[in-house]
Design a protein around this ligand. Sequence first.
Ligand code: ATP
Ligand code: MG
Length: 399
Amino acid sequence: MRMLYLIKPGEIELKLGNRREFIRRLKGHIHQRLAGIPHELEEYPGRFFLHVPREHAERVRFVLERCPGINGIASAIKTEKTPETIIRAVLETARAEVERGSKSFKIEVRRSDKSFPLDTYRMAVAAGDAVVEGIPELKVDVHNPDFIIMIEIRERAYVYSRTTPGPRGLPVGSQGKGLLLLSGGIDSPVAGCLMAKRGLALEAVYFHSYPYTSEEAQHKVEQLARRLAVWTGGITLWIVSFTEVQQRIKKGGNESANTLMLRMAMMQAADMIASRIGATALVTGESLGQVASQTAENMRLSQSPTSLPVFRPLIGIDKEDTIGMAKRMGTYEISILPNEDCCVLFSPKHPVLRPDFAGMKAYFASLELDGAIAEAVSASETKVFSFSEALSEFGWNEG
Ligand code: ATP
Ligand code: MG
């Protein structure tokens, strides 16, 4: 038995040229993410119909709900184009809605096949009458119905009701590639997910200070990367040892500037990795004023070693809202596992809040970190997390 999903692609306001590319990419992502599941994707203007074996229905829905570029998803029934078969499908759809507790409905008909014997109004009336007669619990309410049954008459007829929202946004990769600075915290995975939904393909970088930070801390970041890959379609994680860099910073002696110097060093390293992988933006989880290092002046300094744009999608978002997003994205429960941050280790008791730009740049230069940073980058390790690994992270097993 096959299951049919109606998929509504998003961003319909895109210009025609963009739109073709958008659809091409979105189709590519759907096929890639359904690898291993026999499926068939039919494309029409403004919608796709996806056929999959019923035993995979739940997994397919999970995948679609996390595929950027999809606006909405509905389970649909495809039938012969006769009023009788359409009405049968309408009744089946309405019964499923009654089971969900719905009490009122409305019918909407779209007809691209003008040779169909009933016009849209007569088809709607015939279907509505059949529902009222066959399912007495349901009443027609054209103004505020509990659900709408959509009938689309094309080369075949399609019947569906509830459309659940997709992630919306743009297909991953349509806006090029970004490098996400991924820590084990709550914010950076959310920032990555938001940018993936804006069409950025992502690679991620994690800086550790083993043995001052634990293997568990790294494991946690790997787990976060794997979860993020369910949105991006796969991700490469760069793991960079910053122990030497941190020790040099510490030796510099200006304790209150430690965190700031570390951030600048991270940005410099990230910039190097970005140029290697062709990323044209960096992404962080910073939010204005959340901690001492996230003031405007501090951010101006921390981003000064790179000329790339630094995307901070959480800059104006409250922590509570970020937590809500992290829960929906599936990263929260990993982020809150206890671990030590590589910055906590060297955290000054009194971090600089209003740094002197020129003075701090000069201090950074005086630390002569270029060599250590370059070495850390060239000695870095990469791990690739595939989409199927991401799925198993969420408990979906192979095929
Ligand atoms: P998060 O919850 O993402 O850790 P945070 O609120 O703890 O953020 P900070 O620790 O000040 O904030 O870090 C700010 C940003 O710098 C992070 O969101 C992340 O993008 C980046 N970052 C911090 N530490 C690391 C690290 N060890 N490796 C990679 N990126 C990091
Ligand atoms: Mg952090």
